[in-house]
Design a protein around this ligand. Structure first.
Ligand SMILES: [Zn+2]
Length: 332
């Protein structure tokens, strides 16, 4: 049993009072649905106490919902979640989108004004429906399908994912991502490292101005022009260039020197992430929801060995204990 609650975790409901006079009430049996009833002697009125419905209008058992969301957060596909839980795939998709919204709300309230020192930004590639190459070949015009990039910003020490954005690899998307990042971090000065994507400098400049020490780490890979899907099995790097964009970034902190320490974590994260995203690639909305769920469960529920068993959110001082999937569903 939990003795301590998280900042935004559901609080135990206070003792019920009368709805008209706010006076004390007594127990009054149960209603037809099994909800407890209370009676106010002063007003001579009885009423039922209906528990809040975290799943809104969805008529899905909470236990099943927790099971489905846990499976989804681990990267199970909708079909495999359907097979394990016995819940219909349409219900699972609705649940996923609902959970994605909850996670976004939760993250935007918890991950705010976080004091950071060292932030790394990266984009992960996946596709919705079909790859861009196939889309061009088939002369497909639907803007929903094609390549999708997930932008992620991670704090190096706490490993907290500060911001995420699903879009394309364009300057507009880089700008939206930078806006999300600026909402998540505090006013202090910090260092940023990104890859060589040319959308970053302008986007970061417009949202952070002189607040950041920013350097790019431009990597050249052997066998340039590899298929995008092979990015997950990293090709060997033949050269790296550190390019200072603004401020005075500490050169030793521009990525590579700490990368070895982070390697295990990055590898685990991107493998889970790949597995997760390929399972949700039929609709962009599903992908967005899956990414939000991934970020929330990564930040709040996963304990890291390298963080002495803390979750990234705990390491960043955002909350005091690990969250459960049930708390993700009932919060917000
Ligand atoms: Zn009353």
């Amino acid at each position: 049993m939990m003795t301590e609650t998280n900042n935004a975790a559901p609080q135990p409901s206070p003792a019920p009072v009368c709805r008209s006079c706010y006076g004390p009430v007594i127990r009054w049996g149960k209603d037809a649905h099994g909800n407890p009833r209370r009676y106010c002697k002063a007003c001579k009125v009885s009423f039922s106490i209906v528990p809040p419905k975290p799943l809104g209008t969805m008529r899905l058992d909470m236990e099943k919902a927790v099971l489905c969301v846990s499976l989804l957060a681990e990267g199970s596909s909708i079909r495999s979640t359907e097979r394990v839980s016995g819940v219909h795939r349409d219900t699972i998709m609705r649940l996923l989108r609902l959970t994605g919204e909850k996670c976004d709300t939760l993250l935007s309230t918890l991950v705010r004004n976080v004091e950071v020192k060292d932030v790394q930004c990266d984009e992960l590639w996946c596709f919705v429906g079909m790859k861009e190459k196939t889309k061009v070949r088939k002369a497909e015009t639907n803007p929903e399908i094609g390549d999708a990039y997930t932008f992620l910003a991670v704090e190096r020490d706490s490993k907290l994912l500060l911001a995420h954005h699903v879009g394309r690899r364009t300057s507009e998307d880089a700008n939206m991502f930078a806006a999300k990042l600026s909402g998540a971090v505090g006013a202090g000065r910090f260092q940023v490292s990104t890859d060589g994507f040319d959308g970053y400098p302008a986007a970061l400049e417009s949202h952070f101005g002189g607040q950041i020490d920013y350097a790019m780490l431009i990597k050249s890979y052997s066998g340039e022009g590899l298929d995008s899907e092979r990015r997950y099995s990293p090709p060997s790097i033949i050269a790296t260039e550190k390019r200072v964009i603004s401020g005075s970034p500490e050169e030793s902190k521009v990525c590579t020197s700490h990368v070895e320490r982070l390697n295990l974590h990055v590898r685990m994260m991107s493998r889970r992430f790949t597995r997760l995203t390929t399972g949700f690639s039929k609709k962009r909305d599903n992908l967005r929801a899956a990414v939000s769920l991934f970020v929330a469960s990564y930040n709040l529920t996963w304990s890291h060995r390298t963080l002495k068993g803390c979750t990234p959110a705990m390491a960043a001082g955002v909350c005091r204990k690990p969250w459960s999937v049930r708390e993700l569903l009932t919060a917000a």
